[in-house]
Each structure stands twice: as structure tokens, then as C-alpha cells.
Write a protein that binds this ligand. Sequence first.
Ligand SMILES: Cc1ncc(COP(=O)(O)O)c(C=O)c1O
Length: 397
Amino acid sequence: MIKSIYPLTESVLEKVDLDAAIKVIKSKKITMGKKTQEIEKYFKKNVVSTDSLMVNSGSSANLLIFQCLINPLVKKLKTGDEVLIPAICWSTSLWPIIQSGLKVKFVDIDISSLNIDLKDLEKKITKKTKALMLVHALGNCAEMDKLTRICKKNKLILVEDACEALGSTFKNKQLGTFGEFSSFSFYYSHHITSGEGGMVCVKNKKYLNVIKSLRSHGWSRDLSNKKYISKKYKNIDKNWIFINSGFNLRPTDINAAIGIQQLKRLKKILAIRKYNFLKIKEKLINNKNYKNQFSILTDQKYSNIAWFGIPFVLNSQNKKYKLKVMNKLNQKGIMTRPIISGNFAKQPSIQLYKIKSNTKLKNADLIDKKAFFLGLHNIRITDKRLRTLTDHIYSSL
Ligand SMILES: Cc1ncc(COP(=O)(O)O)c(C=O)c1O
């Protein structure tokens, strides 16, 4: 087995996180309850300023958003409506759209940000286009003021997948607060972790109860208007009124308790990640062997990015060369990944579901050929590790 010298993730569970989890276990009230409510309030107050509901993953957050948009109580989207999405996205940024009976159309990305290309976005909008599922790839973003103007002008519902962007801001505004809905992930490889977990954030209060019932079997038990509902349906036991369709996408209070502790350290975590990003970048670029073989991206204009990983863009456009470099690095214990999932339009699942992608995605293809990413950790990198990482990178090029 290869010894991992520089893994993709080094998330840290501190004693306070474990203590908080154990306290919940000892209370014997493990399922969604008070701790979940506490993290939701904390997230709203300290991160997004919008109503937030915790779920068991970022994927579940995305699913709830699109299920809410097509719900009979909301009807903002209907079967066959078209939703745009950047081709560099995650599997569960995309599938909830299709699982909700909507159509997707891929938009190309901007090579310098790895995020949606605004010119291509404008080109792809037609009368059928009703929403944009924006994915803040690697925590970076597009020019958000221009993007929101495009959405407004074309009456597109903006959904932000901010699962990789906790702590990233554009003009001092947290990503995930520009659209009507957004999602965050607390999976263990993300900026903070609750083991598994995520957050769905909603601007319009009207949708909060819909998402709450969808999250939990479709029942009315957790809703703010449950008293009114139980009066209306007097003949049904008040705890067993199913007012909507539903899933079970709830977190446990164990996840919530860990998440709260991590969120309380968010500033510190982000500072360490920023330090690591800049330190690694500087060490690589100022190396005597550096001859423009690659570049490491910089933050989008006007933004302060909490990078999800270290995007490494090779100069060569030869995919075989990229795979060779990635393989050499992996053999040396330096773990690498494609930029999220590469060009998602090329994934076999897209063919399986016969999703048409007869549009050119030049830059997404290019990124597929020449870019990958290294992990970014929540522990400050040591000089020794930095030297090893740099040496291994140069000997793999
Ligand atoms: C952009 C993006 N969206 C959604 C998700 C899904 O989050 P989760 O793993 O919590 O389901 C991820 C996960 O890595 C992601 O990177």
C-alpha cells in the first residue's frame, strides 16, 4: 500500500468536537433535535444571514432545493423547465435537477476561474431557461455582480451550490447568499466537517416549511404552523399528519454537535487553510525549477476565496501527460483529484440517462486535459512537509 505523504484531506476532529458528540450520545437523544436547531441558528447568525436547515449532506440540500421548487405548494418550476449548470460540477449538483423532472443544459467554464463563463451563460439562455444551478467550483466564483444581473434580467432563479465555498466571499459577501437558495456540505473533506452533513439556506420564508416537511417524511410535526394544521385536520392524529411528499434527509444531533464546534473555529480554520494555500503556491512558484510548467489559480477579482483545494493547471494540453503526472504523484503518496469531476457532460451517467449535450464545452474539455487539484488541510503545513511536497511535485513533472 502507498504511504500517503500528502492526502487530499486532513480534517481535524478536536477533543471539543468529540466531547460534544459524546455528550449527545450520553443524553440518549441522538436523532435530530435541539443541537440541530442550535447549529441552524448559529449558521444563520454567523455565516449566511438567511434561514438555514441542516440536512445529512450537501447532496440532500441540493435535492431539497429542487424538490421544493417543483413542489405543488411552490410551483416555481414545472416538468421540462430548463436549468443551466456549469459543466465543471459535482454529480449531486446535477442529478437533483433531473430527479425533479427538469432539463439540464451545460454551460462552459472560464479557464481562469474554473467557474461558469458568463458569456457562454448568456448565450445558453433561451425562453425555456428558468433557473441557474451555480456551482462555486473549488470555492472560487464568477463575477457575482455581473452574474446576478444576468439572472435578474432573464428572470432566472439562482441556486448556489456553495458546498465547496464555505468562507469564500465576493465583495465581502459570503458565497451562497446571492441566490434564492444555497447548499453547503460538511462532509469530512470540506472546510468544516460534521462527519456527514450539510445546510440548505433559503431566502423566502414561505419555502421553509415546505423544505422542513420534505426533509422529514412530509409530516407537519416540525413546522411553524403545525397548530394551525392540526386544527384544520382535526380527524387526523396531530403527530401523524402528512401534508406533503417527503424523504428522510435529517442529520443526527451528533452531526450537529460536532458541526457547531467546528463552526466556532471557522475563522481559525480558514486562516490556516489560507496560510497553507499561499505558502505552497509561493514555494512552488519561487522554486529554481519553475519554468511555467504549470500555474496555480488566484482568487477571482473582488473576492476572498477559501480554496477547497489547490488547483494545479499544467501548461501541456496532453491528457496522457496529466494522468502520468497525477499517477507519479499518487505513487509518491501525494494524492490528486480531477477538478471536481472533470467535464461532467463526458461522464457515462449522462449517456445512461440520454442527456443531450450537443454543445461545445471547450474550456471544460481543456481543464479535463490539463488540470487537477491537491488537497488543502486544516493543519498548518510544516517546512519539512512543504519541502517534500515541492520535491515530489518537481520530480513528477
Ligand atoms: C460542489 C459540490 N456539491 C455538492 C456536493 C455534495 O456534498 P455531500 O458530499 O455533503 O453530499 C459536493 C461534495 O463534495 C460538492 O463538491
